[in-house]
Design a protein around this ligand. Structure first.
Ligand code: HH2
Length: 257
């Protein structure tokens, strides 16, 4: 899943793809790099982000979705029902939902749905996140939402632990360690670590544009633990790194380079 933020303020690429033409061109670039799916968002959900009026969010993303949907599967990254509804009408077929509440909209459109775990709202989620057992709590929450959505008629349901969404660094690491537990629920798992702040912390303060290696390592880890999809900004390097996952790395010495 390649990230396409049509926003002025996303934490890593804010403002770069705010013009419709630039955003569409970036979408085509992600496809050329090997993305199976492009995730289009018009509102930053970084910690402390200000909410965007749904009409403004939709104006940013709708033309981009219309242009990309004929060439690649498009997901819409939104927590607003009216935006989700219009985006699915415009051609998106997966609803990436950090509010984990919009499955009725996906059901109405016959679209897939991603339930993301978030503690609170983007404005407040990093204030003082607390868990007794973060893996157990997040897993129970996501399974509950997934079962409700499946019972409500959604045919394709993904679960996502919401790395960075109301989590301290130790919570993010515990959830990454626990990807196998999430995968064992039987629901397909999506993980988004790309360029996120906790990777900066772990790598001694690497700035957002200098987190590629850590992003790749965490994506490969998540895939090796059973994640079926990773949400990334750097598609080509991730596609290359992903070829190792599940391949036979025990090939005989001298069999090639
Ligand atoms: N993370 C972000 C946004 N959407 N969706 C899913 N399913 N999983 C994630 O981990 C996830 C997500 C935050 O990253 P980004 O879009 O790059 O930044 P911003 O929210 O600042 O636009």
């Amino acid at each position: 899943m390649g990230v396409l933020n049509v926003t002025p303020d996303s934490f890593s690429d804010g403002g770069r793809y705010l013009e419709v033409d630039t955003a569409i061109a970036r979408g085509f670039e992600l496809v050329a790099e090997g993305a199976d799916l492009v995730d289009v968002g018009g509102e930053s959900t970084r910690p402390g982000a200000s909410p965007v009026a749904p009409a403004d969010e939709l104006a940013r993303i709708e033309p981009v979705i219309r242009a990309l949907a004929p060439v690649v599967r498009v997901s819409v990254d939104t927590r607003h029902a009216e935006v989700a509804d219009a985006a699915l009408t415009a051609g998106a077929t997966l609803l990436n939902d950090v509010s984990a509440s919009l499955w009725p909209v996906a059901a109405r459109h016959g679209a897939g749905w991603v339930a993301v775990h978030m503690a609170g709202t983007p404005t407040t989620m990093q204030d003082d996140p607390r868990y007794h057992d973060v893996v157990a709590e997040v897993t129970a929450f996501l399974v509950g939402r997934a079962e409700a959505a499946l019972a409500g008629g959604v045919g394709e349901v993904w679960i996502d632990p919401g790395i960075g969404f109301g989590k301290r660094p130790e919570h993010n690491l515990a959830l990454l360690s626990g990807v196998r537990i999430l995968a064992a629920t039987g629901h397909p798992v999506l993980v988004g670590t790309s360029r996120k702040g906790f990777l900066g912390g772990l790598t001694g303060g690497a700035p957002v544009d200098d987190r590629l290696e850590a992003s790749l390592a965490s994506a490969v880890w998540a895939m090796s633990q059973g994640a079926g999809m990773v949400r990334v900004h750097d598609v080509a390097p991730t596609v290359q790194a992903a070829t190792l996952v599940g391949s036979d790395v025990a090939a005989p010495v001298g069999s090639g380079q």
